[in-house]
Ligand binder design. Structure first.
Ligand SMILES: Nc1ncnc2c1ncn2[C@@H]1O[C@H](COP(=O)(O)OP(=O)(O)O)[C@@H](O)[C@H]1O
Ligand SMILES: [Mg+2]
Length: 270
């Protein structure tokens, strides 16, 4: 599909609503959210826990639990993801968009080595040979600042920071157009967090990848992303340039988010 109007924005989410349906109870987690970004753009989706960030993020590659009601449109590179068959959307996961999960421990299979995690992605999604995959895996591991000698190790033998880097190596294996990162550094200490974020920033810039970064930490998102979306109770309440938002937040909720993080960092009760 060629659509001049849409090709400007690489990812375009319009009127997205997500409702979880279960045991006679409905939770409307996302309400009519719209946003878009151009290729290579880095956008932060921020808000407190429960505001609906992960629901937005997981709706894009269509990885929400079965039965969840999703309405609205998600157009990526001119293709409507919501209209695709499972097979079609699956062919775009890893290659168009790749997920960087919150705790890499959960996304790794305990008995597979780090090397095998990455080679499996390459073999499965790019149909690469074992030899090609091993060579590429070593390059990817170096690109995230790890030494290739960690390749034969198992996930539990790595530190939290090393695991998040390895997850980043796996996510970038198929050269995706953009990364969907859900609290990728929340479980890490402050110094490791900064190192992993710097790596994420460098990789996305070097490869011209887009990034949708979900975090509860507004200043952290502002440090990485040029644009921020602030989410509260399933709705986007403020959006715009991240520098402007940190200096001059318009919505009281945005001000509260900035204040809460500052209070936490200075050790004062909020
Ligand atoms: N699988 C689910 N079933 C029912 N409710 C859910 C499910 N996942 C999330 N929710 C609810 O949806 C709302 C938004 O959650 P979520 O998108 O995870 O927010 P965030 O990522 O900002 O913390 C919350 O009220 C949460 O409890
Ligand atoms: Mg979440």
């Amino acid at each position: 599909m060629t659509d001049q109007g849409r090709s400007e924005s690489f990812l375009s989410v319009e009127n997205l609503s997500v409702t979880y349906v279960g045991r006679g109870r409905e939770v409307r987690a996302v309400r009519n959210c719209s946003f878009s970004f151009r290729k290579g753009n880095m956008t932060g989706l921020v808000g407190e826990s429960g505001s609906g960030k992960s629901s937005v993020l997981m709706a894009i590659p269509r990885l929400l639990p079965a039965g969840t009601r999703v309405t609205g449109s998600i157009v990526c590179g001119g293709e409507d993801l919501t209209a695709m068959s499972e097979q079609e959307i699956n062919a775009r996961r890893w290659r168009r968009m790749a997920l960087v999960p919150q705790g890499a421990m959960n996304s790794f299979t305990p008995h597979l080595s780090i090397e095998r995690h990455i080679t499996e992605v390459l073999e499965h999604h790019l149909r690469a040979s074992r030899a090609e995959s091993r060579k590429k895996a070593a390059e990817l591991i170096r690109s995230v600042g790890l030494e290739p000698d960690i390749m034969p190790r198992f996930p539990h033998e790595l530190s939290g920071g090393q695991r998040q880097r390895a997850a980043l190596a796996a996510a970038t294996a198929c050269d995706p157009d953009f990364l969907l990162a859900d609290e990728p550094t929340t479980a890490l200490d402050v110094i490791t967090q900064k190192e992993v974020l710097d790596t994420l920033k460098r990789l996305t810039a070097e490869r011209g990848m887009g990034l949708l970064l979900v975090t509860h930490d507004l200043p952290l998102a502002a440090n990485v992303c040029e644009t921020l979306l602030v989410m509260k109770d399933g709705e986007i309440v403020e959006r715009g340039d991240s520098g402007r938002m940190v200096k001059n937040p318009e919505h009281p909720y945005t001000r509260a988010l900035i204040g809460a993080i500052r209070d936490m960092e200075s050790g004062r009760p909020s």
